[in-house]
Design a protein around this ligand. Structure first.
Ligand SMILES: Nc1nc2c(ncn2[C@@H]2O[C@H](COP(=O)(O)OP(=O)(O)OP(=O)(O)O)[C@@H](O)[C@H]2O)c(=O)[nH]1
Ligand SMILES: [Zn+2]
Length: 202
């Protein structure tokens, strides 16, 4: 093996780690199962390093230690903050294949606003787990409400699932899911819809 377990732990920080030995073993077995030779040139680093590292990154959302810090600033406003078109890449828990697209998020502040980049970082952190689109959408909405102590949050996710495109039904389509927390006024809902429509018109 090129990278020992302890070397990999040092590289990534132990509290952020997956079990590398298990991941290496599992990927090796999968390669054997599909008739590959895990020792052939081109595949050794695949099971020893690349896939375990990839899955460590793509499951960061399951580990609190990888959660971004949500820096806030005083702001005497309760006007909805809307952020549209955040790119997302997540993993379908049924087939371990990606689903990807965009997320739109909005929250009503209560005396404090969060740094704008943190909204993107938080969404990215949530996407990095094995999940379903509906659960991801709910997790982003309820997580943001908790993190920001925001009285109201709205989230929309539009995504294409490779498990539908590359296999199975073999059709590429877009799925839209929405989640909200708190009592949103009709005006706020309209503001969110307008921001999304404007983004789509660009
Ligand atoms: N609701 C929901 N379903 C999903 C999501 N990702 C994948 N699926 C669906 O999960 C279902 C799994 O169904 P199964 O019948 O157990 O699996 P399957 O035989 O591989 O299904 P097919 O994909 O239709 O071939 C499929 O219909 C997938 O399209 C998701 O994020 N949300
Ligand atoms: Zn799937």
């Amino acid at each position: 093996m090129t990278n020992s377990h302890s070397e990999l732990k040092q590289q990534t920080g132990s509290e952020r780690d997956i079990d590398y030995e298990k991941a290496q073993h599992g990927v090796r077995l999968l390669l054997e199962a599909v008739g590959e030779d895990p020792e052939r040139h081109g595949l050794t680093e695949t099971w020893q390093r690349r896939v375990p590292e990839t899955f460590s990154t793509l499951t960061e959302g399951q580990r609190e230690a990888s959660k971004p810090t949500m820096r806030t600033f005083d702001a005497q406003t309760d006007d909805l903050v809307v952020k549209t078109d955040i790119p997302i890449y997540s993993l379908c828990e049924h087939h371990l294949l990606p689903f990807f697209g965009t997320a739109h998020v909005a929250y009503r502040p209560d005396g404090e606003v969060v740094g704008l980049s943190k909204l993107t970082r938080y969404v990215r952190w949530q996407t990095r787990q094995l999940t379903m689109q509906e659960r991801l959408t709910n997790d982003i909405a309820s997580g943001l409400a908790d993190e920001l102590e925001a009285p109201a949050v709205l989230v929309e996710v539009n995504a294409t699932h490779l498990c539908e495109a590359m296999r199975g039904v073999e059709t590429e389509s877009t799925t839209t899911t929405r989640a909200s927390v708190g009592d949103l006024t009709e005006e706020e809902r309209e503001q969110f819809r307008d921001a999304i429509i404007r983004e789509e018109d660009l």
